[in-house]
Design a protein around this ligand. Sequence first.
Ligand code: SPQ
Length: 426
Amino acid sequence: MLRVQKANRIEGKVKVPGDKSISHRAVMFGALAEGTTTIEGFLPGADCLSTISCFRRMGIEIVQEEDRVTVHGKGWYGLQEPSQHLDVGNSGTTIRLLSGIMATQPFHVVMEGDESIAKRPMRRVVGPLRQMGAKIDGRKDGEFTPLAIRGGELKGIHYQSPVASAQVKSAILLAGLQAKGVTSVTEPHLSRDHTERMLQAFGVSVVRDGLTVSVEGGQQLKGRDIRVPGDISSAAFLIAAVMMVPGSSLLIENVGLNPTRTGIIDVVRAMGGSVELVNERVVNEEPVADLSVTYAELNGVEIGGEMIPRLIDEVPVIAVMATQAKGKTVIRDAQELKVKETDRIATVVSELSKLGAKVTPTDDGMIIEGPTPLTGSRIDSRGDHRIGMAMAIAGLAAAGETWIENDEAIAVSFPNFAQILAEICR
Ligand code: SPQ
């Protein structure tokens, strides 16, 4: 169990681990590319290690030491049929992107993960991949794991996605790279675009036209060196830590600032907090900067529409900040939260209420009223890394001690979270 005490101040200079979305993609694309890919700044979190182990099971040699990884790619069709099931652990990104890749492979594979993965919807990728010609089966007609895929020849489709999801978009585009003709995906709002950026870095031609992105079949990837920036979704917890404790300030170095991910910065600023970008640069097609974060009294805010995909993983910690903000914070259009590692509307409401917060669930989000004094309590991460970390941050402003049960889930995306928190808390 993780114990968090009320903090007097947050201060210092820190680096967050590598971006999870980019780390997954670097390993996957490296494995499918011709030649060697080296990755620096890789996130050695449980989810990305699941991606590595899946590709090792398909015969790809991958050497990983902390945040350095070397992938010996054998080209798109260099993967071998695995003799065992692929275990994706807790990682939605792994199973959904791999579904797209497996749909192109001339062999049979079964993929499954943990209890949380078994409850997450898969037909959102299975449906369009079947339209392309892939043979995929799973519980409830392909809605749930285990998924059994027999890949083969695919045809390009145009897919109008009902959800703004980078995992859906990526699965289809990856399958499209080996399909006949052109494959395109149109989303209702722009989701994170790391796949598009990194495919281009691996030598693939990707065409964007507004909310539509397309690829032509028959393209090959070439191995390259990748430097992964720090994960803004991890930095979000530290930004929130500053906003929870009056008088705090923090420098967070080397944070990825892809505009499809920076909603958290816009929201903190809209609430009245100060986040300045220092030393802005571009690393491997991704914008990066250091963040200088300073405490300010916050006001409630309304969030919805196209902003939601830009901060979807940060909603739990935004709810935490909102407990200390003056007035109402309303989060809408965020029904996707219900199909994450947990139903994040329900878990935020149940766990944050235990600390004394005023949070009301709605059909597509939640309403938080603040400021409310919080009192330390025993919280359950429910096996969801982002819930565990968000509640630990709430604990920094709660009287007494807050205990986070099932805190091991935090290692999914931020293995040294407790250590960094200890370093910056005064
Ligand atoms: O990989 P997983 O388990 O789906 O992880 C989460 C997270 O909180 O870390 C979501 F639960 O992030 C997703 C994110 O919500 C990672 C991701 C990606 O790398 O493509 C995209 C988002 O999901 P989606 O469903 O909107 O595509």
